[in-house]
Design a protein around this ligand. Structure first.
Ligand SMILES: [Zn+2]
Length: 986
């Protein structure tokens, strides 16, 4: 490709360049190349560790949110999930830090705003982000020791991977079952038909990469020795790529890395680049999957077509391919959306749709879920590609994509470093040169040049080269009524086969091993070897984000890089008749989907993409910190370059005032079908939130309204509406009329408030007058209503546990009880209590012993609601029991000291003090009414919480107090009708 010469654009970059002389050596590293990227205000430095060949990439940028990461190329040898189980077990203790789960324990000894470990298709990486220098060095140390010198004890393998164990350790006669954190995590994943579609697709098109997460049916084949081998083969400096980002000095990191790496020799890395399936004619694969009980039986099919499109290491080609993918299927005016989704061939695009370049091959895929006719789908796809060869894309559409890219460079994000890392790691661990990816302006300039020269021929070339008359990979998944049952039978059979090989001594070993593991899990460990920040590292005064309030338009001045962010809201507390509450979320979605009397939504969206960074509308509910009453709010936002704000306001006017529901009722049907098609997948991914919200809606009005807006009740409504779309009379009365009626209640001049974030006073005045004009366009009159949000009914309690029945293979449990109001000191103590319970009690009981993937307690400060939850839980009833006894645990058993308290506060302040983007500054004031003074007061209350406060609130708010429990998942035999209320979704 054509390379534009890159020059250091100003003094600062020239100075930075001198800091990293090419050929210079630092702590065993040699500077290989340096790349100034002035458009993103950073310099990239590529270094090589001379002894091991390990590569380090440093991004020097004036940003305090520093990032560190170490990544290994880890080709999965089979589907046992060994890379994933290794990712978990490296974090179970290392030589220097020989404590269980040091990584998890560091969570409350640090101010990091991000700490994680992730397994990709063929790589594993361990990133963290923090703005604190001492913390950065502490965590870097723990990460390096964990990855290079993990203990990898047999017990860790059993706990995190899989094991056979008595279902009840107290009862040696209880049945032996499979347990293990990753085992249950992956069983939970399979419950989501979207996830299953995605992994099966990936396994079939890229068989050489297996399934890095682990197929539950294969995980139980993994042996401990395989895990140890896999570590020694792959976790070596020569197979590692390290990354730093931010304003901390690079030399410290190089010095520390060298200390570690110099103990190793150079190794020829065993992990080569693997290739996808090689096919020279069409391939057809059909898999069986989970049924979606919220969709009709003839709309269960998911189907897709995929073409191989070259190699991601050709960065420019991949970029053009992405633009093509964007033109074809992004947004309402794209041909695939119009001809596949709007025509009803599918309810929604399948999850693999788009351009994927996260492996060593590019895939261009298009697919749909909720499909009734595969043939029609395939014919339509092929004819769209042929059309593209004849009918050019409008140049405005291409320009809009370029504008979005330009704007995203200016739009500052608090997690810029992490996002950059995510975009680099997959290619970098294969053969892509990260420098090729970092030259944003070069790629864009090249593209502008080629687009001007060749126009649409640029895309036609790609279609001819890769798609038309080229072999296609067809992948479909059919729903199988017996899928869950078949999975259970398979597990039972697999278990039976394992058990049949055991004699009495083996069984005794299993029992003893289980007891030993339990004993170890119960041990109180000495964790003093772990580095920790001190409570004094948290400043008593928080960051202040001043907001200037003038009548109904507030603003904040900050460095926004030439962008203006606009927010509007209107309180709906006294505006909405009760019977229309269930329709509020759908109404908000209509505004950004349907179109007006004169314009289609595609036309509006095209203008939006060309001139703004996007517009959104929402209806939400929270609790007012001043009077503890529910605050039902209609809100809308958007952003644009300073000189283009009039577009944001013009689009607001169109979507709020001119949206024509009656005229666009066909689009409305498309929207409802698309919402219905992802209902079940949403619950599978975040069942704990649904369970928690459902429990809470028996206790607070805000939660009860939220249940209607976005909980299980909302899913039921959407499913019901999707079933009446073909009945014109019902559709008119139950959907169109309701939404039209709602419009007269929601959209009004009355009570509108606005918030502007930009960089100059002059811009504020400009936008203020634009807002003034916008308000004039809103209707004056509001429809009569006598119902107030504060009178919204709670779900009645009847003393029973609630089960929301879903055909998953795991459960999500929750329990909620009332706490104190936002400004009450007890609120702060309860928040600390929730944190201590999570880290000092529930993690051990629910995850380590109970085998759930996650579990803990959260305190919602605004609402004053204490909630417990478990995630992908094999034993929900046991977890509910543990939740219910948490108060007693604190009073009778917990041996918590000052260090534990400090750790809880550190964890809380990781989030309180996490760097935020300029566009978010001051928004909690505008949206929730939390002023600087209230935030500061809350901050001091949190810092001042004592151990006796924590015990005190445990006694007063938890022990013997009313609570509501809810579980999402399948019904199990222990759930009797006397104790359980079963809520079925159909
Ligand atoms: Zn995992």
């Amino acid at each position: 490709m054509l390379r534009f010469k890159r020059l250091a654009s100003h003094y600062n970059q020239a100075r930075l360049l001198r800091k990293y002389p090419v050929g210079g050596t630092f702590h065993g590293y040699e500077v290989q190349r340096v790349l100034p990227v002035p458009e993103m205000k950073f310099i990239a430095v590529d270094l090589k560790h001379l002894q091991t060949g390990s590569q380090h990439l440093h991004i020097d940028r004036d940003d305090r949110n520093n990032v560190f990461s170490i990544a290994f190329k880890t080709n999965p040898p089979d589907a046992t999930g060994v890379p994933h189980i290794l990712e978990h077990t490296t974090l179970c203790g290392s030589h220097k830090y020989p404590v269980r789960d040091p990584f998890f324990k560091m969570l409350n000894r640090s101010l990091a705003n991000f700490m994680n470990a992730m397994t990709g298709h063929d790589y594993t990486f361990y990133p963290f982000a923090t703005a604190n220098k001492a913390d950065f060095s502490n965590l870097r140390d723990v990460y390096l020791d964990a990855t290079f010198r993990p203990l990898l004890n047999h017990q860790d393998f059993l706990q995190e991977g899989w094991r056979l164990e008595q279902s009840n350790l107290e009862d040696p006669k209880s049945e032996i079952i499979f347990k293990g954190v990753v085992y249950n995590e992956m069983k939970g994943q399979v419950s989501s038909s979207n996830y299953q579609f995605w992994t099966k697709f990936q396994e079939r098109i890229y068989p050489s990469l297996n399934n890095s997460g682990g197929d539950p049916q294969k995980i139980t084949d993994l042996q401990y020795s395989d895990l140890v081998d896999f570590h020694s083969k792959n976790y070596h400096p020569s197979n590692a790529k390290t990354f730093t980002y931010g304003n901390f000095p690079l030399e410290d990191t190089l010095n520390r890395l060298n200390e570690e790496f110099k103990l190793h020799g150079k190794r020829k890395t065993s992990a080569g680049v693997r290739k996808p399936l090689d096919f020279d004619s069409d391939v057809r694969i059909v898999e069986k999957g989970q049924i979606d009980t919220m969709l009709p039986m003839d709309k269960q099919l998911k189907t897709s077509m995929t073409w191989l499109c070259g190699d991601p290491s050709d960065v420019y080609n991949t970029f053009v391919l992405r633009i093509l993918g964007n033109l074809l299927m992004d947004g309402h005016s794209s041909p695939f959306y119009q001809q596949l989704i709007e025509t009803g061939i599918g309810y929604e695009f399948s999850v693999n749709s788009g351009v994927d370049s996260t492996t060593a091959a590019n895939f261009l895929s298009v697919g749909v879920q909720g499909c009734g006719d595969v043939k029609r789908f395939e014919q339509t796809v092929r004819s769209i590609f042929k059309d593209v060869l004849e009918k050019p894309f409008e140049s405005d559409k291409v320009e809009a994509i370029i504008q979005q890219l330009e704007l995203s460079k200016k739009n500052q994000r608090a997690d810029f470093g992490l996002q950059l890392l995510y975009s680099l790691v997959p290619g970098w661990t294969n053969k892509t040169d990260p420098f090729d990816t970092l030259v944003f302006d070069d790629i864009l300039s090249q593209f502008r040049y080629d687009w001007a020269e060749k126009g649409n021929e640029l895309f036609r070339e790609l279609i001819r080269q890769y798609v038309l008359d080229k072999p296609c990979f067809h992948f479909s998944m059919e729903a199988d009524q017996d899928f869950s049952q078949a999975a259970e039978l398979e597990e039972a059979e697999r278990l039976r086969a394992k058990l049949s090989q055991l004699d009495d001594t083996d069984k005794k070993t299993i029992l003893n091993r289980g007891l030993q593991l339990q004993e170890k899990q119960n041990e109180i460990e000495d964790v003093s070897c772990l580095p920790s920040l001190k409570i004094d590292d948290i400043p008593r005064a928080g960051e202040m984000y001043d907001v200037i309030s003038k009548a109904h338009v507030s603003h904040r001045l900050t460095d926004t890089n030439g962008i203006t962010y606009l927010r509007g809201k209107r309180s709906l507390n006294n505006a909405i008749p009760k019977h229309l509450y269930p329709y509020l979320s759908l109404f908000a979605d209509c505004l950004t989907s349907l179109g007006t009397t004169d314009e289609t939504y595609s036309q509006i969206e095209d203008t939006m993409k060309l001139h703004t960074g996007g517009i959104s509308t929402n209806v939400s509910v929270h609790t007012n910190p001043a009077n503890a009453e529910p605050e039902l709010q209609f809100s809308f936002e958007g952003f644009a370059l300073n000189q283009k704000t009039e577009y944001v306001l013009d689009i607001w006017r169109k979507v709020l005032v001119e949206t024509d529901i009656t005229k666009n009722s066909e689009k409305l049907k498309v929207l409802i079908r698309s919402l219905a098609s992802s209902n079940t997948a949403t619950v599978a991914e975040s069942g704990h939130s649904f369970a928690r919200n459902y429990a809470g809606s028996h206790l607070t009005t805000a939660r009860a309204i939220n249940e209607t807006l976005g909980g299980v009740e909302q899913l039921q409504l959407i499913t019901r509406l999707a079933s009446i779309l073909d009945d014109p009379v019902l559709f008119q009365s139950e959907v169109v009329d309701k939404l039209n009626e709602l419009k007269t209640h929601v959209i009004s001049k009355e009570g509108m408030a606005f918030f502007i974030t930009c960089d100059t006073d002059k811009q504020v005045s400009r936008v203020e007058s634009q807002i003034h004009q916008f308000v004039q366009s809103l209707p004056e009159k509001i429809a009569a209503n006598s119902f107030a949000a504060r009178d919204y009914d709670l779900i009645p309690q009847n003393g029973k546990y609630k089960l929301i029945e879903f055909p998953f293979q795991v459960h999500y449990a929750a329990q909620s009880s009332l706490g104190a109001s936002y400004s009450h000191p007890d609120g702060a103590s309860l928040q600390v209590l929730a944190n201590m319970l999570t880290f000092k009690h529930l993690h051990r009981e629910v995850r380590e012993k109970g085998g759930a993937y996650g579990g803990g307690a959260v305190y919602s400060a605004l609402e004053g609601l204490m909630s417990f939850y478990s995630y992908r839980d094999p034993h929900p009833i046991n977890s509910i029991e543990i939740f219910a006894n948490s108060g007693e645990y604190v009073l009778e058993k917990a041996d918590w000291g000052a260090a534990d308290l400090d750790q809880a506060k550190l964890t809380i302040f990781q989030q309180v003090d996490a760097p935020i983007s300029p566009s978010s500054e001051g928004t909690v004031h505008f949206t929730y009414g939390i002023t600087n003074a209230l935030r500061q007061k809350r901050r001091e209350q949190l810092l001042d919480v004592t151990l006796s406060d924590v015990r005190d609130v445990a006694e007063r708010y938890l022990v013997g107090k009313n609570s509501v429990s809810a579980v999402v998942g399948p019904r199990i035999t222990e759930m009797s009708n006397e104790q359980w209320e079963i809520k079925q979704l159909q």
